[in-house]
Write a protein that binds this ligand. Structure first.
Ligand code: ADP
Ligand code: MG
Length: 260
Protein backbone atom coordinates (compact mmCIF):
# COMPACT_ATOMS: atom_id res chain seq x y z
CA UNK A 1 0.00 0.00 0.00
CA UNK A 2 1.67 3.23 -1.10
CA UNK A 3 1.80 6.26 1.20
CA UNK A 4 -0.35 8.15 -1.23
CA UNK A 5 -3.28 5.81 -0.63
CA UNK A 6 -5.87 7.81 1.26
CA UNK A 7 -7.89 5.74 3.68
CA UNK A 8 -11.06 7.57 4.68
CA UNK A 9 -13.69 6.31 7.13
CA UNK A 10 -17.29 7.52 6.79
CA UNK A 11 -18.27 7.84 10.42
CA UNK A 12 -21.20 9.05 12.47
CA UNK A 13 -22.79 6.97 15.21
CA UNK A 14 -26.23 8.15 14.14
CA UNK A 15 -28.02 5.95 11.64
CA UNK A 16 -29.71 7.35 8.58
CA UNK A 17 -27.46 10.38 8.14
CA UNK A 18 -26.02 9.44 4.75
CA UNK A 19 -22.83 7.46 5.50
CA UNK A 20 -23.63 4.65 3.11
CA UNK A 21 -25.09 6.95 0.45
CA UNK A 22 -21.90 8.99 0.63
CA UNK A 23 -19.64 5.92 0.58
CA UNK A 24 -21.33 4.64 -2.59
CA UNK A 25 -21.67 7.90 -4.45
CA UNK A 26 -18.44 9.59 -3.41
CA UNK A 27 -16.70 6.31 -4.23
CA UNK A 28 -18.36 6.19 -7.65
CA UNK A 29 -17.58 9.85 -8.35
CA UNK A 30 -13.92 9.41 -7.40
CA UNK A 31 -13.74 6.31 -9.57
CA UNK A 32 -15.34 8.17 -12.46
CA UNK A 33 -12.62 10.82 -12.08
CA UNK A 34 -10.08 8.09 -12.79
CA UNK A 35 -9.10 7.30 -9.20
CA UNK A 36 -8.73 3.70 -8.11
CA UNK A 37 -11.15 3.16 -5.25
CA UNK A 38 -11.73 0.32 -2.80
CA UNK A 39 -14.81 0.48 -0.59
CA UNK A 40 -14.72 -1.56 2.61
CA UNK A 41 -18.19 -2.32 3.96
CA UNK A 42 -17.94 -2.32 7.75
CA UNK A 43 -21.68 -2.30 8.38
CA UNK A 44 -23.32 -5.70 9.03
CA UNK A 45 -26.38 -4.40 7.20
CA UNK A 46 -24.30 -4.55 4.03
CA UNK A 47 -26.21 -1.71 2.39
CA UNK A 48 -23.20 -0.43 0.48
CA UNK A 49 -22.63 -3.93 -0.90
CA UNK A 50 -26.24 -4.28 -2.00
CA UNK A 51 -26.34 -0.75 -3.39
CA UNK A 52 -23.35 -1.53 -5.58
CA UNK A 53 -25.00 -4.61 -7.01
CA UNK A 54 -23.52 -7.44 -4.94
CA UNK A 55 -26.29 -9.84 -4.08
CA UNK A 56 -25.79 -11.87 -0.91
CA UNK A 57 -24.86 -14.91 -2.99
CA UNK A 58 -22.09 -12.99 -4.75
CA UNK A 59 -20.25 -12.21 -1.51
CA UNK A 60 -17.63 -14.94 -1.57
CA UNK A 61 -15.46 -13.49 1.12
CA UNK A 62 -16.37 -10.55 3.31
CA UNK A 63 -15.16 -7.97 5.77
CA UNK A 64 -15.71 -10.56 8.50
CA UNK A 65 -13.15 -12.83 6.82
CA UNK A 66 -10.80 -9.91 6.39
CA UNK A 67 -10.94 -9.22 10.12
CA UNK A 68 -11.19 -12.69 11.59
CA UNK A 69 -10.36 -15.21 8.87
CA UNK A 70 -7.10 -17.18 8.86
CA UNK A 71 -5.68 -15.16 6.06
CA UNK A 72 -6.75 -11.77 4.72
CA UNK A 73 -7.53 -13.34 1.37
CA UNK A 74 -7.41 -11.11 -1.67
CA UNK A 75 -10.59 -12.83 -2.82
CA UNK A 76 -12.38 -10.51 -0.41
CA UNK A 77 -11.94 -7.82 -3.04
CA UNK A 78 -14.87 -7.93 -5.46
CA UNK A 79 -15.10 -5.95 -8.67
CA UNK A 80 -18.24 -3.97 -9.52
CA UNK A 81 -19.78 -2.53 -12.69
CA UNK A 82 -19.05 0.96 -11.36
CA UNK A 83 -16.07 2.62 -13.09
CA UNK A 84 -13.67 -0.02 -11.81
CA UNK A 85 -14.61 0.52 -8.19
CA UNK A 86 -13.83 -2.48 -5.96
CA UNK A 87 -15.53 -3.49 -2.73
CA UNK A 88 -15.00 -5.80 0.19
CA UNK A 89 -18.62 -6.62 0.99
CA UNK A 90 -20.31 -7.28 4.30
CA UNK A 91 -22.95 -9.74 5.38
CA UNK A 92 -24.89 -10.01 8.63
CA UNK A 93 -22.22 -12.26 10.16
CA UNK A 94 -20.21 -9.06 10.63
CA UNK A 95 -22.53 -8.21 13.53
CA UNK A 96 -20.79 -10.87 15.62
CA UNK A 97 -17.35 -9.51 14.71
CA UNK A 98 -17.79 -6.79 17.30
CA UNK A 99 -17.87 -9.44 20.02
CA UNK A 100 -15.38 -11.78 18.34
CA UNK A 101 -12.84 -8.97 18.11
CA UNK A 102 -13.05 -8.42 21.87
CA UNK A 103 -10.97 -11.51 22.44
CA UNK A 104 -8.28 -10.76 19.87
CA UNK A 105 -5.05 -9.07 20.88
CA UNK A 106 -4.73 -5.44 19.85
CA UNK A 107 -8.41 -5.59 19.09
CA UNK A 108 -8.71 -2.04 17.82
CA UNK A 109 -5.85 -2.52 15.33
CA UNK A 110 -7.09 -5.65 13.59
CA UNK A 111 -8.43 -3.90 10.49
CA UNK A 112 -5.31 -1.77 10.18
CA UNK A 113 -3.06 -4.85 10.34
CA UNK A 114 -5.17 -6.93 7.99
CA UNK A 115 -5.58 -4.15 5.46
CA UNK A 116 -1.87 -3.45 5.42
CA UNK A 117 -1.25 -7.15 4.67
CA UNK A 118 -4.01 -7.29 2.09
CA UNK A 119 -2.88 -4.18 0.26
CA UNK A 120 0.84 -4.89 0.52
CA UNK A 121 1.11 -5.93 -3.12
CA UNK A 122 -1.68 -3.71 -4.36
CA UNK A 123 -0.07 -0.43 -5.19
CA UNK A 124 -2.96 0.79 -7.26
CA UNK A 125 -5.60 2.15 -4.89
CA UNK A 126 -5.79 5.91 -4.56
CA UNK A 127 -8.66 5.77 -2.07
CA UNK A 128 -9.99 3.28 0.43
CA UNK A 129 -13.41 4.33 1.76
CA UNK A 130 -14.67 2.56 4.87
CA UNK A 131 -18.43 2.62 5.45
CA UNK A 132 -18.93 2.45 9.23
CA UNK A 133 -21.91 1.08 11.14
CA UNK A 134 -24.17 3.48 13.07
CA UNK A 135 -22.45 2.98 16.41
CA UNK A 136 -19.21 3.89 18.13
CA UNK A 137 -18.43 0.20 18.54
CA UNK A 138 -15.30 -1.82 17.93
CA UNK A 139 -15.99 -1.94 14.18
CA UNK A 140 -16.02 1.84 13.97
CA UNK A 141 -12.98 2.10 16.23
CA UNK A 142 -11.14 -0.34 13.95
CA UNK A 143 -12.07 1.81 10.96
CA UNK A 144 -10.83 4.96 12.68
CA UNK A 145 -7.56 3.30 13.63
CA UNK A 146 -7.00 2.04 10.09
CA UNK A 147 -7.94 5.36 8.48
CA UNK A 148 -5.89 8.44 7.78
CA UNK A 149 -8.94 10.66 8.00
CA UNK A 150 -12.67 10.63 8.54
CA UNK A 151 -15.55 12.19 6.66
CA UNK A 152 -18.55 12.89 8.86
CA UNK A 153 -21.92 13.08 7.11
CA UNK A 154 -24.16 15.41 9.06
CA UNK A 155 -27.87 15.37 8.41
CA UNK A 156 -29.22 18.89 8.14
CA UNK A 157 -31.59 18.60 11.08
CA UNK A 158 -31.95 19.94 14.57
CA UNK A 159 -29.86 17.61 16.75
CA UNK A 160 -27.14 17.07 14.18
CA UNK A 161 -24.43 19.07 15.91
CA UNK A 162 -25.09 17.55 19.33
CA UNK A 163 -24.21 14.06 18.15
CA UNK A 164 -20.89 15.40 16.96
CA UNK A 165 -19.44 15.92 20.43
CA UNK A 166 -19.60 12.20 21.18
CA UNK A 167 -17.90 11.42 17.88
CA UNK A 168 -15.18 14.00 18.59
CA UNK A 169 -14.58 12.41 21.99
CA UNK A 170 -14.05 9.04 20.32
CA UNK A 171 -11.80 10.68 17.74
CA UNK A 172 -9.64 12.11 20.53
CA UNK A 173 -9.45 8.73 22.25
CA UNK A 174 -8.39 7.02 19.03
CA UNK A 175 -5.75 9.70 18.46
CA UNK A 176 -4.43 9.31 22.00
CA UNK A 177 -4.33 5.54 21.98
CA UNK A 178 -3.70 4.26 18.48
CA UNK A 179 -3.65 6.73 15.60
CA UNK A 180 -2.30 10.16 16.47
CA UNK A 181 -2.29 11.22 12.81
CA UNK A 182 -6.03 10.73 12.31
CA UNK A 183 -7.49 13.85 10.70
CA UNK A 184 -10.96 15.09 9.94
CA UNK A 185 -11.10 15.19 6.17
CA UNK A 186 -14.33 17.10 6.37
CA UNK A 187 -17.89 17.29 7.51
CA UNK A 188 -20.51 17.04 4.80
CA UNK A 189 -24.04 18.32 5.21
CA UNK A 190 -26.51 15.81 3.80
CA UNK A 191 -30.23 15.82 2.99
CA UNK A 192 -30.06 19.56 2.72
CA UNK A 193 -33.28 21.34 1.84
CA UNK A 194 -32.63 24.84 0.59
CA UNK A 195 -36.20 25.97 1.22
CA UNK A 196 -36.12 24.83 4.81
CA UNK A 197 -35.01 27.35 7.45
CA UNK A 198 -33.78 24.56 9.66
CA UNK A 199 -31.35 23.31 7.01
CA UNK A 200 -29.99 26.83 6.61
CA UNK A 201 -29.70 27.19 10.38
CA UNK A 202 -27.79 23.92 10.74
CA UNK A 203 -25.51 24.98 7.90
CA UNK A 204 -24.70 28.38 9.36
CA UNK A 205 -24.17 26.89 12.85
CA UNK A 206 -21.89 24.22 11.42
CA UNK A 207 -19.84 26.70 9.37
CA UNK A 208 -19.59 29.06 12.30
CA UNK A 209 -18.38 26.46 14.80
CA UNK A 210 -16.43 24.16 12.50
CA UNK A 211 -15.17 26.55 9.84
CA UNK A 212 -13.21 25.04 6.97
CA UNK A 213 -13.84 21.52 8.24
CA UNK A 214 -17.24 21.77 6.60
CA UNK A 215 -17.13 20.94 2.91
CA UNK A 216 -18.36 23.76 0.65
CA UNK A 217 -20.46 21.17 -1.17
CA UNK A 218 -23.76 20.31 0.50
CA UNK A 219 -25.72 17.22 -0.52
CA UNK A 220 -29.34 18.12 -1.24
CA UNK A 221 -32.26 15.98 -0.23
CA UNK A 222 -32.91 14.24 -3.52
CA UNK A 223 -35.20 11.30 -4.03
CA UNK A 224 -32.98 9.93 -6.82
CA UNK A 225 -30.31 9.26 -4.18
CA UNK A 226 -32.68 7.08 -2.22
CA UNK A 227 -33.99 5.28 -5.30
CA UNK A 228 -30.63 4.42 -6.86
CA UNK A 229 -29.61 1.61 -4.42
CA UNK A 230 -32.70 -0.45 -5.23
CA UNK A 231 -31.50 -0.42 -8.84
CA UNK A 232 -28.05 -1.50 -7.62
CA UNK A 233 -26.48 1.63 -9.06
CA UNK A 234 -24.77 4.75 -7.84
CA UNK A 235 -26.79 7.85 -8.62
CA UNK A 236 -24.26 8.82 -11.30
CA UNK A 237 -25.50 5.91 -13.39
CA UNK A 238 -29.10 5.93 -12.27
CA UNK A 239 -29.72 9.62 -13.08
CA UNK A 240 -26.52 11.44 -14.06
CA UNK A 241 -28.25 14.80 -14.43
CA UNK A 242 -29.96 14.94 -11.05
CA UNK A 243 -28.99 17.30 -8.25
CA UNK A 244 -27.68 14.44 -6.09
CA UNK A 245 -25.32 13.24 -8.82
CA UNK A 246 -23.95 16.74 -9.37
CA UNK A 247 -23.45 17.21 -5.64
CA UNK A 248 -21.43 14.01 -5.25
CA UNK A 249 -19.27 14.94 -8.27
CA UNK A 250 -18.62 18.31 -6.59
CA UNK A 251 -17.81 16.58 -3.31
CA UNK A 252 -15.37 14.27 -5.07
CA UNK A 253 -13.69 17.28 -6.71
CA UNK A 254 -13.36 18.90 -3.30
CA UNK A 255 -11.91 15.76 -1.74
CA UNK A 256 -9.41 15.50 -4.58
CA UNK A 257 -8.54 19.16 -4.20
CA UNK A 258 -7.84 18.61 -0.49
CA UNK A 259 -5.17 16.07 -1.49
CA UNK A 260 -2.72 18.92 -1.81
P1 ADP B 1 -26.48 5.76 7.06
O1 ADP B 1 -25.54 4.91 6.27
O2 ADP B 1 -25.81 6.89 7.77
O3 ADP B 1 -27.34 4.95 7.98
P2 ADP B 1 -27.91 6.09 4.55
O4 ADP B 1 -26.88 6.57 3.59
O5 ADP B 1 -28.24 4.63 4.50
O6 ADP B 1 -27.50 6.48 6.03
O7 ADP B 1 -29.20 6.97 4.36
C1 ADP B 1 -30.39 6.73 5.11
C2 ADP B 1 -31.61 6.80 4.18
O8 ADP B 1 -31.72 8.10 3.64
C3 ADP B 1 -31.51 5.87 3.00
O9 ADP B 1 -32.78 5.39 2.70
C4 ADP B 1 -30.99 6.77 1.88
O10 ADP B 1 -31.41 6.32 0.62
C5 ADP B 1 -31.62 8.09 2.24
N1 ADP B 1 -30.78 9.23 1.82
C6 ADP B 1 -29.49 9.44 2.11
N2 ADP B 1 -29.05 10.60 1.63
C7 ADP B 1 -30.11 11.18 1.00
C8 ADP B 1 -30.32 12.41 0.31
N3 ADP B 1 -29.33 13.32 0.16
N4 ADP B 1 -31.55 12.65 -0.21
C9 ADP B 1 -32.56 11.77 -0.04
N5 ADP B 1 -32.44 10.60 0.60
C10 ADP B 1 -31.22 10.29 1.13
MG1 MG C 1 -25.11 2.88 6.50
Amino acid sequence: MPDTCRIIALANQKGGVGKTTTAINLGAALAKSGRRVLLVDMDPQGNASTGLGLSAGDRRSTTYDLLLGDDPAAEGIHGTQVYGLDIIPATTDLSSADVDLMSSGGRSRVLQRRMTELLADRQDYDYVLIDCPPALNLLTINAMVAAKSIIVPLQSEFFALEGLSQLMLTLREVRASANDALRIEGIVLTMYDRRNNLSQQVESDARETLGDLVFRTVIPRNVRLSEAPSHAMPVLDYDPGCAGAKAYLDLAAEVIQREG
